[in-house]
Design a protein around this ligand. Sequence first.
Ligand SMILES: [Zn+2]
Ligand SMILES: [Zn+2]
Length: 147
Amino acid sequence: MSDKGHDHDDGGSRKRPAGLLKNEKLVWDVLAASRDPLKAYEILDRLKERGVRAPMTVYRALDGLEAKGHIHKLDGLNAFVVCNHEGPHVVQTFLVCESCSTVKELQVVAVEADIAPAVRAAAFDMHTARLEIKGHCRECAAAMAAA
Ligand SMILES: [Zn+2]
Ligand SMILES: [Zn+2]
């Protein structure tokens, strides 16, 4: 497993996964087009002109997309991002910039390799493990160094 999973990192040209319901497609498109994580009401805002008006519609689509592993919820920000991995994965690792609030998803195999056996040893049925690493992104760190 190489760690070259970020070569399609441009954010704008992600391919929409197959098998989505109509509203899931709308919500996925909004998230995939956004550079930053979006809260449910921000997604609803962007879908109003496309005829989506009920918050429940957005919540249901978010639930569906999350269950299928196509998006992740960031608890700390209460916002959602599109998954940049090939398939669903239970261990999710994010770099969260505290200055510009961009979020980048990492694939850290070591985290998964360490967490899964420990969880199994505790006889716990794990659904997700989410790690939000807070700090400053490259751009913000550079801007601060220059200031
Ligand atoms: Zn992911
Ligand atoms: Zn930043």
